[in-house]
Design a protein around this ligand. Structure first.
Ligand code: OAD
Length: 258
């Protein structure tokens, strides 16, 4: 079987991570879709960092839910599988999806990177894995002191290489997606027709999400949408499951994996 899964914030909702556009998403009365922008960071980097630090803390304390577990089970049961997630949390990884079977198209909240040069540092988050690859590989001692600087609450983190402001390693509204990650999605789509496409927990507001779902399902693959609400993809779905992902996905994966 060849399977593509696309996920969004709704998949992590039952782990206690607020969605972007849901009523819980507001933070200090601020709209997250306005905070996750280069403009907000330029105007008030401290505010944006405060928000990201709180989100990091919440994600560290969260656990993967039954939806993450079900998707990881599907990945294990499938020869050719790709998960494309818009989520910057690490809950898919902690549920056991290997990095080579997952594209984190909006980045990783635990990465801190320079806003000017190519320095980046991958913090641990809630993951059991050691820190990931850095663009600049510091020695372990330096890595620890960099981590301490980046994680410190009071200060705005600065790049240890060029002293420009550091920022979270996520894709903000209006920013380019990583070329490397885009190529990984394109390679999978070019690699053959899918049997099943699952889109779960996303409002599908971005054109590329709709495009990938439609391209992957155009040769007759079933397009399953898991979302309590209607989205722009609903009218193309061959199966609509209007239930929370943690309830629907374990059942769907049971059906597909048997
Ligand atoms: P949104 O917050 O826009 O949408 C969450 C979706 O999940 C909605 O369609 C809900 O109906 C659905 N939902 C809520 N609870 C659910 C549950 N328990 N099970 C299944 N579905 C549920 O989040 P995304 O679509 O992921 O980008 O947002 C896409 C991107 O916009 C984010 O990655 C982020 C955001 O701004 C950037 O930061 C660039």
């Amino acid at each position: 079987m060849r399977v593509l899964v696309l996920t969004g914030a709704g998949v992590s909702a039952e782990s206690g991570i607020p969605t972007f556009r849901g009523k819980d998403g507001y933070w200090r009365n601020l709209d997250p879709t306005k905070l996750a922008t280069p403009e907000a960071f330029a105007r008030d980097p401290q505010l944006v960092w405060d928000w990201y630090r709180e989100r990091r803390e919440r994600i560290r304390n969260a656990r993967p839910n039954a939806a993450h577990e079900a998707i990881a089970r599907l990945a294990r049961a499938t020869d050719e599988f790709l998960l494309v997630t818009q989520n910057v949390d690490d809950l898919h990884a902690r549920a056991g999806i290997p990095a080579e079977r997952m594209v984190r198209i909006h980045g990783d909240i635990f990465v801190t990177r320079c806003s000017r040069c190519d320095f980046s540092y991958a913090g641990r988050g809630g993951s059991p894995e050691p820190p990931g690859a850095c663009a600049v590989q510091p020695t372990y001692g330096r890595l620890r002191s960099i981590a301490a600087t980046f994680e410190k609450d009071a200060d705005l983190p600065r790049c240890p290489e060029c002293h420009a402001l550091a920022r979270p390693g996520v894709v903000w509204f209006g920013e380019q997606l990583s070329r490397n990650e885009l190529e990984r999605v394109e390679d999978f789509l070019d690699g053959g027709a899918c049997d099943v496409v699952i889109v779960a927990g996303t409002t599908a507001t971005f054109g590329y999400i709709i495009d990938w779902a439609l391209r992957a399902s155009q040769d007759g693959a079933g397009l399953i949408e898991v979302n309590p609400e209607e989205t722009p993809l609903s009218r193309f779905a061959t199966r609509l499951v209007r239930e929370p992902a943690a309830i629907a996905l374990p059942r769907i994966v049971d059906e597909l994996a048997n």
